[in-house]
Ligand binder design. Structure first.
Ligand SMILES: *Cc1c(COP(=O)(O)O)cnc(C)c1O
Length: 431
């Protein structure tokens, strides 16, 4: 009997194995057939402290028996208020910059980014109603960006085979070249030119420090800082998509901190609940909120989803924030980052690999291959190779990356890097 399941980003026609997981703890996934896997990518970038963290699990259990779900239009509850205050306290801040001061909940990274986009456009719409600006609709994006899989977020992401079916419906954006090493001045000049073009842009959206789905492409905090400064100079809203980079991935709680950048709007999701349950938030500065503040109901922010600020998800996020406050999470991240750096340095000497890179707990390296595109057969072959060795990895084309939970121990690190070296031996020249 075939399964009714239709999996995401899965070509069912290839008949790849679809392992069944029955239990997870820490960095380990336990399969129905008795095997265990090390989760090398935090179950698609969400698990931070480890699977089934006891504090988060307990908070979910207690909340589920107290208040599960509540309409959030003009109603409120403690978990939502506690998390909102926690987010504001933890958000990047800098002298002379308006702090992020308002929190809008949704339920996935894609919706958090859609909300960011709608806030930015709503800001300029309402400014125009007041005669303070001409309307602005153009969005600037970074080449190779990824912001989600809804129509709006795909519009702002890299175009390719993964969105070809919908290309005619995606809205037009201005793409700024990625700041590859040595090319940074070109990127900054292109951004400056786009900000001063006759059609004034509404906003520039970036993934700070790491472009995830675009191939774990990395750039420096200095470039991030300069990009934000250019936007500020030309009154173009700066949107940080911290959906992947947030919650410690790059070595700091949020990537923007490393550049001293306070975005006008910031999207967070994935690790907000420690990776336990779906929740997302879009943070905005007072001027974005105030542009929607009026006695006129036509000015309110028209966005909602049924599960906005779900109380169980907010309780999980509150427990996650408590862990960040009370435990030495940054210490764990620093130790893991060091363990990764040391082993990546050794692996980088393997002749099958090129372009090693790292920001905090995210490391990536490219397998030298003739067939390196997204649809290369290499990625599924590598997936199977690592699965055979008890490791969950999901390479992006010929780019192999690790994005592990922070509880990964040194034995597990050794096991993963042993398998990476074996992959280098096995696939060198064969691709
Ligand atoms: C994963 C991701 C998203 C989308 O988040 P979902 O929860 O999968 O909708 C958006 N932006 C970035 C940078 C991401 O990595």
């Amino acid at each position: 009997m075939t399964s009714p399941l239709w999996h995401p980003f899965t070509q069912h026609g290839l008949g790849e194995p679809i392992p069944k997981v029955v239990r997870a703890q820490g960095a380990l996934l336990h399969l129905a057939d008795g095997r265990t896997l090390i989760d090398g990518i935090s179950s698609w970038w969400v698990t931070t402290h480890g699977h089934c963290d006891p504090r988060i699990a307990a908070a979910i259990g207690a909340q589920a028996q107290t208040l599960d779900q509540l309409i959030f239009a003009a109603y409120t509850h403690d978990p939502a208020e506690e998390v909102a205050q926690g987010l504001i306290d933890l958000a990047p801040r800098a002298d002379g910059r308006d702090p992020l001061s308002h929190v809008f909940y949704s339920d996935s990274g894609s919706t958090a980014v859609e909300v960011a986009l709608k806030m930015a456009l709503g800001y300029w719409h309402n400014r125009a109603l007041d005669g303070l600006s001409t309307p602005r609709h153009r969005i600037l994006v970074l080449e190779h960006g990824y912001h989600g899989d809804t129509i709006g977020t795909m519009s702002m992401g890299e175009r390719g085979v993964y969105n070809a079916a919908w290309t005619p419906l995606l809205f037009d954006v201005t793409t700024i070249a990625f700041p590859h090493a040595g090319q940074e001045p070109k990127t900054l000049a292109a951004l400056e030119a786009a900000c001063t073009a006759p059609e004034k842009p509404a906003a520039f959206i970036v993934e700070p420090l790491i472009l995830g789905a675009g191939g774990m492409l990395m750039y420096s905090p200095a470039v991030l800082r300069e990009m934000a400064a250019i936007c500020a100079r030309h009154d173009v809203l700066f949107i940080a998509d911290e959906v992947m980079t947030g919650w410690g991935r790059t070595g700091t709680l949020f990537a923007c901190e490393q550049a001293g950048v306070v975005p006008d709007i910031m999207a967070v999701a994935k690790g907000i609940t420690g990776g336990s349950i779906a929740l997302a938030a879009t943070l905005a500065t007072a001027r974005i909120f105030d542009a929607h503040l009026s006695t006129d109901r036509a000015r309110l922010f028209y966005h909602s989803s049924s599960y906005t600020a779900n109380a169980i998800a907010c309780a999980a996020a509150a427990a996650n924030i408590a862990i960040w406050r009370e435990e030495d999470v940054l210490g764990r991240i620093a130790a893991l980052s060091q363990g990764l750096a040391q082993r990546l340095g050794v692996l980088a000497r393997h002749p099958a690999f090129a372009n090693p890179r790292q920001h905090g707990t995210v490391v990536a390296i490219d397998l030298i291959a003739s067939d390196a595109g997204y649809l290369s057969d290499l990625a599924p072959q590598l997936r199977a190779f690592f699965l055979d060795r008890g490791i969950l990895l999901r390479p992006l084309g010929n780019t192999i990356y690790l994005l592990p939970p922070y509880c990964l121990d040194s034995d597990q690190l050794d096991q993963i890097f042993e398998a990476l070296a074996q992959a280098g031996d096995f696939f060198a020249g064969s691709a």
